[in-house]
Design a protein around this ligand. Sequence first.
Ligand code: MG
Length: 377
Amino acid sequence: MRPVVVLGATGSIGRQTLEVADRLGVPVAGLAARRAGDDLARLADRYPRATVVAVAPDPDGHDRFRRQYGDRYAPGPAALVEMAQHPGSTVVNGVVGSAGLESSIAALEAGNRLALANKESLVAGGELVMAAARHGELIPVDSEHSALFQCMVGERLPEVSRLVLTASGGPFRGRDREGLVSVGVDEALAHPTWNMGPRITIDSATLVNKGLEVIEAHFLFDLAFEKVDVVVHPQSIVHSLVEFVDGSLKAHLGVTDMRIPIQYALTYPQRSPGGFSRFDLTRSHLTFEAVDRDAFPALDLAYAAGRAGGTVPAAFNAADEVAVAAFLERRIGFLDIPAVIAEVLDGHEAFEATSIDVVMEADRAARRAARAAVERR
Ligand code: MG
C-alpha cells in the first residue's frame, strides 16, 4: 500500500490514522503538527523513517527538533506544503483550520490521494480543490461524506435526486432558542455520540459543523444546494443517505468510529477487516427528525453562504472559528456564535475564489470583522 503522510498528526484524526496505518502495515512517510512539542516528538521517535514538520514551532521547540531530528525536520507552512507533495503517497489532511487548504491543493496537484478531513479545504477553497482533484484522487474522511461517497460507488450523478446528511443534533437537540441562551462551555463540549476536538464539538452543538458539511457535499458531489438536505438522527448510526430519481434511498450505517472512514480512505476501493465493533441491528432504534432552524440559525447561514459562493463560505468559516474561540474563552454566549457569523457575512465584501491568496485574504478580513463583532458584545 502507498505510504501515508499525516498532516495534523497529533490531533484526533492524526492519531487514529496512525493507529489504522500501523494495523494495516502502511509505512508512515511524513508527520506534521502545529507545534514542535512532546506529542510530535513521541511520533517522530516512533516512526524514525518519517520526515517531521512543525508548522508554527516556538523557538525552544524548533531548536530541540533541529538538534534531535536534523535533516528529518523542517519548520513552517512551506514545509507542510512540500510534505503534502511526497510522491506516490496518501496524504491524510487532518489539519484544523484554513491552514489545511494549501496542502490539500498541493497534494492533489502532485497526483497524490488526498484523504480529506480538513473541512476548510472544501468550504473555503471548494472550487480550487475540486479543480486540483482532476490531477489526484480525493477521498473524504468525514463520516458523512465518506458515507455519501460509499453510497455513490457504482451510481451515476444525474440519477441522484438528493443527498441527505445526518446530524446528531448535538447536546442541545430538542431545546428551543430560549433554552440555549445561557448554555455554558462544559455543556456544549459534551457531545452525545462522537468524541472530537473542541472546535468541531462546539460546531456540532451550533450546527455550524453540519452547515460546513453541506457546503463540502455541494463541492464534492457537484450538486446544487437545493439537492443537499440535513436531517437530525440522534443515534448517529446512519451516517448519511443518497436519494435517487426513482425515490430509492441508499444509506450507510455503522458504529461511530472514525477509524472506519479513515481506513476506507486508505484502502479504497478495497476494504479491510480492521477488527472494529459491529452494529447490532436487533438492538437498534433509529429515529429521524427535522432541524429546528429557529434554534439553530447557523445552518441556514451556511446555506446562504454556500449559495452566495465565491469567498463567502470562507468568511463563514473564519467568522465561526473566531466566534468559537471567544465562546471557549467565555467571552461571548452560545447564541452569540451564529450572531457574530451573521454580522460578518452581512459586512463581507465577496470576491470570486480565484486563488488561494484571494481566499486567504477573505479569511483574514472575516477574522478581523469577527473579532470586532466579539468586542462589541
Ligand atoms: Mg461529520
